[in-house]
Design a protein around this ligand. Sequence first.
Ligand code: PLP
Length: 384
Amino acid sequence: MNSFRLTEEEVNYLAEKYPTPFMVVSLDKVEKNYHYLRHRLPRVKVFYAIKANPEPAVLTRLAGLGSNFDVASEGEIRLLSSLGIPGSRMIYANPVKPPDSIRLASQAGVDKFTFDDESEIPKLAENAHGARVLIRVQVENKSAVVNLNEKFGVVPELALPLLHKAKAAGLVPAGICFHVGSQSLKADAYGRALRMCRRLFDQAACEGLDLKILDIGGGLPIPEIGQPEPDLDAMTGSIRAGLDELFPDVEIWSEPGRYMCGTAVNLVASVIGTKLRGGQPWYVLDDGLYGSYNGLVFDHWTYKLEFFREGARTPSVFVGPSCDSIDVVARDLPAPALQVGDKVLTPEAGSYCASAATSFNGFQPAKTIVYEDNVAALRQKAVS
Ligand code: PLP
């Protein structure tokens, strides 16, 4: 999997134009990722999970390619609506929703919802009467970095009783959904989930429920420090074979998040201070744990830091700019001797970085700039 990566020259050029920290997204790479998924899983309708990266330029590009969208809140629906994307292209896939948000979603044209408890049924029935609903079931998966099956999903035995109750309340029981967990490193859990869902579809047919949709959620991985390169060909091949064997006639949806933008964005930060602590170099960056590197806390993530200086490498500590000592980005990371003003590049920063960054201490989250809007000027500079 080739990630988008800025050259040193590009970093320096952009850093003259924009204050660091900034994110650089390659929309062409996002598009490649989208096409790869459509090519490898041709029967699967994509609902991009915008929580991973809600950058408007990304949403507009994906909308133009025909993608649909997974939303988790009123704010995400409003954002897509402001870009002219109709509710009919959205699924509200947060299983528990405030009643007012369901009403707003319904008014915006959203007619697809997921749920995983009986308590959601009256809220949906009252505020989105007649909507299609998918029941979210639990899937066990030890090879996912982020477990999404403790807080979410019902045990399989409860799936059909809840769909019956939804039907009795005036909703349309349309299908079943699952999420194997984010950054899932193998396809096994998808296979187990597909077999479990097949049994539920068969049982549903016996009980007079005509389920039409299977939603296989997100979970596809991106390259990660300390893990073998994900084999997406193998994973998508296995998912596709499972779908063709077990669900040849069912409409299949998916909600990829991390995969879509993770490899399409670089973060550029600057060294704003240097210290020597107990003989060890410490570098203070203008972005930290409360900003783009928040995945250290929220996303079980370790970030790559790349440098543009040669020389012997010493185990060094990298910290963020805030006044909190938890704000450590990396410890004992071999690094060349750096100076104030040096740039630090973090590739694969496209998912759950910008979207979860805070402005703690008044440090504003890194802005995203579009690579393709800047390359022309860059090439021009190279020629002159
Ligand atoms: N769908 C739902 C309901 C989610 O909660 C998430 C992530 O939290 C996603 C899709 C996206 O998952 P991923 O980023 O693993 O592809």
